[in-house]
Design a protein around this ligand. Structure first.
Ligand SMILES: Nc1ncnc2c1ncn2[C@@H]1O[C@H](COP(=O)(O)OP(=O)(O)OP(=O)(O)O)[C@@H](O)[C@H]1O
Ligand SMILES: O=C(O)C1=C[C@@H](O)[C@@H](O)[C@H](O)C1
Ligand SMILES: [Mg+2]
Length: 303
């Protein structure tokens, strides 16, 4: 059974959230890049909806992912792609799914910014609905089942809305009812190798991720073994997503031998490409989309 709704809180937040667009040029979600060069901005504007324009070359720096976009050109390419994708999305929401640490929040914020969508993190909405400061505390004081009920409730409320990018909780994929909600929009699986996940998580610690938190032991080893167990338990649940974005595939296309070379912008860009291919391939209007999603959900429920 699902917990009480959080609809009103969501409506209020969306109303106050705006579209993610800002004045004075393009700006990254956390403000690390501001496009101030009007000539470059004009290139992006000209590109919109017109004939194909010669590709801008993205310059790579050696910087880490802290610089979300490696260059102004990369930010413009992303913006240009997002404008193409927007046309096909027709307001449909995007749900990012994937294991803990796969980058749903990081990549989701970038995507929402360039699409002019609102961004929501379902873990944060559950915390807000329950009135507790962290998922870890909800697990401790209540239980995982209580958290999952509230998570379903949040996803149900989000599913009636439009123009959102939602970073779902890592375990949202395990409940078939959540797929019923997520299939109202488009789901994207960020598929990241377990060793890369464990490296990312070990770097920031496991305190905020109760299923990985261990009293002692080497953080990388502990995170890796827990993540491997969860991945096995979850089986193919992530593969129910409409689109799979494999970091290994992106890295190999770019000639890297290691996924850690990929920036969140690279991943956001690939996500937009995959979404575009999916919507074009499935070229459905909203009504047909609903019935198609319905049959997919029925298939998931019978697995
Ligand atoms: N492409 C990347 N390269 C390196 N580190 C990254 C990348 N994307 C995200 N990170 C880092 O990995 C960690 C996890 O990212 P993030 O919080 O976005 O994942 P998540 O999927 O939302 O995780 P959770 O399910 O636990 O909420 C963060 O510290 C983030 O800065
Ligand atoms: O993978 C999971 O089951 C979880 C992931 C997090 O996002 C939180 O939703 C919670 O810690 C559980
Ligand atoms: Mg997150």
């Amino acid at each position: 059974m699902e917990a009480g709704g959080v609809g009103l809180a969501l409506q209020t937040r969306v109303a106050g959230f705006g579209t993610g667009r800002r004045r004075g040029g393009l700006q990254s979600p956390i403000g690390s890049l501001r496009v101030t060069d009007p000539a470059r901005a004009a290139v992006a504007v000209r590109a919109r909806g017109s004939k194909p324009v010669a590709p801008l070359r993205a310059k790579k720096s050696s910087g880490g992912h802290e610089n979300l976009h490696n260059s102004v050109d990369e930010a413009l390419l992303l913006k240009r792609k997002s404008e193409e994708v927007l046309f096909y999305l027709n307001g449909r929401c995007i749900y990012l799914v994937g294991m803990m640490g796969s980058g749903k929040s990081t990549v989701g914020k970038i995507m929402s910014e360039v699409l002019g969508y609102s961004f929501f993190d379902s873990d944060k909405l559950v915390e807000q609905a329950v009135g507790m400061p962290s998922v870890a505390q909800i697990f401790k004081v209540h239980s995982e089942a209580f958290f999952r009920d509230n998570e379903s409730s949040v996803l149900r409320d989000l599913s009636s809305m439009r123009r959102l990018v939602v970073a779902t909780g890592g375990g949202a994929v395990i409940r078939p009812v959540n797929w019923k909600y997520m299939k109202k929009g488009l789901s994207v699986w960020l598929d990241v190798p377990l060793d890369a996940l464990a490296r990312r998580i070990a770097k920031v610690g496991t305190a905020s991720r109760p299923l990985l938190d261990q009293p002692s032991g080497d953080p990388y080893t502990m995170a890796f073994s827990k993540l491997s167990m969860l991945a096995e338990q979850r089986g193919d649940a992530y593969a129910n997503a409409d689109v799979r974005v494999s970091l290994e595939e992106i890295a190999s296309k770019q000639g890297h031998d290691d996924v850690s070379k990929l920036t969140p912008t690279d991943i956001a860009m690939e996500s937009l490409h995959k979404i575009e291919s999916f919507v074009i391939e499935h070229a459905v209007d909203n009504a047909a989309g609903d019935s198609q999603a319905e049959s997919q959900v029925q298939r998931i429920q019978t697995l």
